[in-house]
Design a protein around this ligand. Structure first.
Ligand SMILES: N[C@@H](CCC(=O)N[C@@H](CS)C(=O)NCC(=O)O)C(=O)O
Length: 208
């Protein structure tokens, strides 16, 4: 990576999708300044955050003149500039398997977690979702958890090539599901424990 281009990551002072990026930074051995910023100031969004991301969300990665958003795209970007691109597989078969599991998480799990968070979880007071959305969203995550269990039943990691950013991503969403009372299979629990034992695991903000 070019020396001139310092990395700065904006994250919240508590667990958020920015932890995905922090973990990737540690796996890739990159240096990065981390700025923990509050989402709200008084009754409104934090103006400092709005200046760097008009959506008012984290993570935001500053690299040179660029302000990059979207946690998974940021990780792919870091992987490609790191000179140590090990978080995304490269062969045709493994890339299909990798992307299909990535998209599964993004379309079949994360949206329902997000609905759950907003309709029945800690963010409920900020949104006006119909209450019925909560149990149905939880059901969908529960169903998907069974599919994820099948993904890892005979494998240490989600991709056949070994540890990749898929594991960083799934750690986030599977533990998020647990915060909503979802009970995963023993295989998933073992998988999560395995990930927590990595030296690069960002213990600071994550909890079971
Ligand atoms: N798809 C985006 C989602 C970013 C996102 O929703 N971040 C949350 C924190 S985990 C946030 O900042 N929410 C503030 C809000 O919704 O106002 C990503 O993966 O980076």
């Amino acid at each position: 990576m070019k020396e001139s281009s310092e990395l700065t990551l904006y994250a919240y002072p508590f667990r958020s999708r920015a932890e995905r990026v922090l973990w990737a930074i540690q796996e890739l051995g990159l240096n990065c300044n981390v700025i923990r910023i509050k989402p709200f100031v008084g009754d409104g969004p934090n103006p400092e955050l709005l200046k760097i991301n008009p959506d008012g969300k984290v993570p935001v990665l500053i690299h040179g003149e660029k302000a990059l958003t979207e946690s998974l795209a940021i990780i792919e970007y870091l992987n490609s500039i790191s000179g140590n691109a090990k978080l995304v597989p490269v062969t045709q078969d493994s890339i299909y398997d990798f992307r299909s599991k990535m998209h599964y998480g993004l379309t079949e799990i994360e949206p329902y977690l997000w609905f759950s968070e907003q309709a029945g979880g800690p963010l409920k007071r900020f949104y006006n979702w119909p209450q019925d959305i909560y149990p149905e969203s939880i059901n969908r995550v529960l169903r998907a958890s069974k599919s994820v269990s099948a993904f890892i039943v005979d494998n240490a990691y989600l991709s056949e090539v070994g540890f990749t950013m898929l594991d960083i991503y799934y750690y986030h969403i599977l533990t998020w599901a647990k915060q909503h009372g979802i009970e995963h299979s023993a295989d998933i629990e073992e998988y999560l424990n395995r990930l927590e034992k990595r030296e690069t695991f960002p213990k600071e903000m994550y909890w079971k």
